[in-house]
Design a protein around this ligand. Structure first.
Ligand SMILES: [Zn+2]
Length: 261
C-alpha cells in the first residue's frame, strides 16, 4: 500500500502540474491580446509626431486650395472694379477686394506656419517611423515567444497526461477510481499529508488512532472531516525507507526525471 500511496502522491502532483500547465495554456491568447493592445497604445504615443505631420500636410494642401480660390476672387474683383458704373458699386467691390485680400493674408500665414511645423516635424516623424518599426518587430517577437510557449505547454500537457495514464495503469482499478472520485469532489486534491497531527488539506486535527493507521499503511485512511486520503509526508519515512526499497526510489526518480522534459 505504501507503494500505491506513493503513486497517488505522484498522481496528485501530476494533476497539479496539468492544472497549472492548462491554466498557463489558456492564458496564452489573453497575453497575445494584451501585447497587441499595448502596441496599439504605444503607436498613439510614438506615432504622435507622424500623425501630426500627416495632419499638417493635409492642412497645408487645404490652405493651398483656399489660396488659389481667394486669388481667383481677387482677380475677379479687379475685373469688376474696372466695370463698375457708380460710386456705390465701386465701394462695394473695393470692400470685397479688401476682405479677400485680408483672408488671403491669413491663408498665407497659415501656409507658412504649416511649412514651418512640417519642417520641424520631419525629423521626429522619421524617427517615429523607425520607432514604430522597432516596436512592431518587438511585439511580433514577443507574440512569437508566447506562441512557442503555447506549443511547449501543449506538448507538456500531453506528456503529463501520458504519465498520469501510466501511473493509473499501475494502480489497482478500485483505488484509481476512488482517487479520481475524491479528486473530482475535492477540488483536484484527493490526498492530504498529515501535518503536525492535522489534515494537511482541511487542517482539522486528526485522532491519534487515525494517524497511527496511516503510518502503518495497512489500509487507506481518510480524513474524518474532508474525506481525503491521508498519508505520511515523504520527509518522515524517506530516510528510513530509501534503503529498504531502492527499487521504488528508482522508479519514483524515473518519473520525476521524465517529468522534467
Ligand atoms: Zn481533512
Amino acid at each position: 500500500l505504501r507503494d500505491q500511496i506513493r503513486r497517488l502522491v505522484r498522481l496528485q502532483a501530476i494533476g497539479f502540474e496539468i492544472r497549472d500547465a492548462e491554466a498557463a495554456h489558456a492564458a496564452g491568447p489573453v497575453r497575445i491580446a494584451a501585447l497587441e493592445e499595448e502596441f496599439r497604445r504605444n503607436m498613439e504615443e510614438i506615432g504622435a509626431a507622424r500623425l501630426r505631420h500627416e495632419d499638417l500636410v493635409l492642412e497645408r494642401q487645404r490652405l493651398h486650395e483656399e489660396r488659389e480660390s481667394l486669388q481667383k476672387k481677387l482677380e475677379a474683383g479687379h475685373q469688376k472694379l474696372m466695370q463698375v458704373s457708380n460710386q456705390r458699386e465701386y465701394s462695394a467691390v473695393l470692400n470685397e477686394i479688401d476682405a479677400n485680400r485680408s483672408s488671403l493674408a491669413t491663408t498665407e500665414e497659415g501656409i507658412s506656419r504649416c511649412d514651418e511645423e512640417i519642417e520641424q516635424l520631419s525629423a521626429p516623424a522619421a524617427e517615429a517611423d523607425e520607432r514604430i518599426e522597432a516596436a512592431r518587430g518587438e511585439v511580433e517577437r514577443l507574440i512569437d515567444e508566447v506562441r512557442r510557449e503555447q506549443e511547449t505547454l501543449a506538448e507538456r500537457i500531453a506528456a503529463l497526461h501520458r504519465q498520469r495514464d501510466e501511473i493509473v495503469a499501475e494502480l489497482p482499478p478500485a483505488l484509481a477510481r476512488r482517487f479520481e472520485q475524491i479528486s473530482r469532489a475535492r477540488d483536484g486534491i484527493a490526498l492530504a499529508a498529515i501535518d503536525a497531527g492535522a489534515c494537511g488539506a482541511c487542517h482539522v486535527r486528526l485522532r491519534p488512532q487515525v494517524i497511527s493507521l496511516a503510518r502503518r499503511s495497512a489500509d487507506i485512511v481518510l480524513c474524518d472531516s474532508c474525506r481525503r486520503i491521508l498519508y505520511v509526508p515523504p520527509e518522515e519515512p524517506a530516510q528510513g525507507e530509501a534503503d529498504d526499497k531502492p527499487e521504488d526510489g528508482r522508479s519514483l526518480g524515473d518519473h520525476s526525471a521524465s517529468a522534467g522534459h
